[in-house]
Ligand binder design. Structure first.
Ligand code: NAD
Length: 280
């Protein structure tokens, strides 16, 4: 594969476009407005400049990577790609609509991938006439830095699609790990209950946030404590994913801590609002 499209140019989409372009792909980046696309291109340039400063990318490679990214505000621009990665906000209805349209505007052989953290890949695939070529490519944030891509196999995803996306992930310099389609996949199913339990410890007065994070860093060798990580991810996102785990798996062990609900109600969403379990 040499041509990719990325739909949604936010935090994740611009990172995915960055990695494709840096790996030699022609990239079409789609969002709903020119302004958002300009911001995304500026973010990609800034992140590549940082790599140049660190010595992990040279200036000529940066310039040619940037030249390989085209932008568009219409989904039909994805028709020239061999693979499309969708990275629009975590809303099932919006994603289903986009998959329906992508199925209409791209040739039948194109693989349609979603970067969703929790929406069912099987449900997105059902919006298309090519469920065997729909798959999850769950990149981690920040995309240019993080090694993992959690590859999510929907009920109808074919072996060939899994193989092609596994190879593509390696071509992007990443490490793919394959899982089946299930709420929260593996990454969030394991991570979110740990974060939730850390929040319960604050809620019940077992220890202060700093102490909980210190214990997990020094005692379990985690590079970042669960509460600092929750602030980084966004407390609204954590609550959203816990609610999906709770409702879709039907087990009360995924019940979100009331303190997390209160923080989200207060607008204390973590780093992005300047206040969460820490102040920024
Ligand atoms: P974001 O809000 O930063 O970006 C989403 C972008 O999609 C926005 O620029 C928005 O304008 C655009 N968009 C909305 N509707 C569109 C449409 N119809 N066509 C084209 N573009 C459209 O969101 P994000 O944090 O980048 O998350 C995107 C996806 O990645 C979500 O599914 C999320 O769950 C997943 N994800 C996020 C993270 C993270 O840490 N942020 C990590 C892994 C996966």
């Amino acid at each position: 594969m040499t041509r990719a499209a990325v739909v949604g140019a936010g935090t994740m989409g611009n990172g995915v476009a960055h990695v494709f372009a840096q790996s030699g792909f022609e990239v079409i980046l789609v969002d709903v407005s020119e302004d958002l696309l300009e911001n995304a291109l500026a973010a990609i340039k800034k992140n590549m400049d940082r790599q140049v400063k660190k010595g992990s990318l040279d200036e000529a490679a940066r310039d040619s990577a940037l030249d390989r990214i085209q932008v568009a505000t219409d989904l039909s621009a994805t028709s020239a790609a061999e693979v499309v990665v969708e990275a629009v906000p975590e809303n099932q209805e919006v994603k289903e609509r986009i998959f329906h349209t992508l199925d209409e505007v791209t040739p039948a052989g194109v693989i349609l991938a979603s970067n969703t953290s929790s929406v069912s890949i099987t449900a997105l695939a059902a919006q298309t006439g090519r469920p065997e070529r729909v798959i999850g490519m769950h990149f981690m944030n920040p995309v240019p830095v993080m090694q993992l891509i959690e590859i999510v196999r929907g009920l109808a995803t074919s072996d060939e699609t899994v193989e092609r996306i596994t190879q593509l992930s390696r071509d992007l310099g990443k490490t793919p790990v394959l899982v089946r389609d299930s709420p929260g996949f593996v990454s969030n199913r394991v991570l979110m209950p740990m974060i939730n339990e850390a929040i319960f410890c604050v809620h019940e007065g077992v220890a202060e946030a700093e102490a909980i994070d210190e214990i997990m860093k020094l005692g379990m060798n985690h590079p970042i404590g669960p509460l600092a990580l929750a602030d980084l991810i966004g407390l609204d996102t954590c609550l959203f994913i816990l609610n999906v785990l709770h409702s879709d798996l039907g087990d009360d062990k995924y019940r979100a801590c009331p303190l997390l609900r209160n923080y989200v109600a207060a607008g204390w969403l973590g780093r992005k609002t300047g206040r969460g379990f820490y102040t920024y």
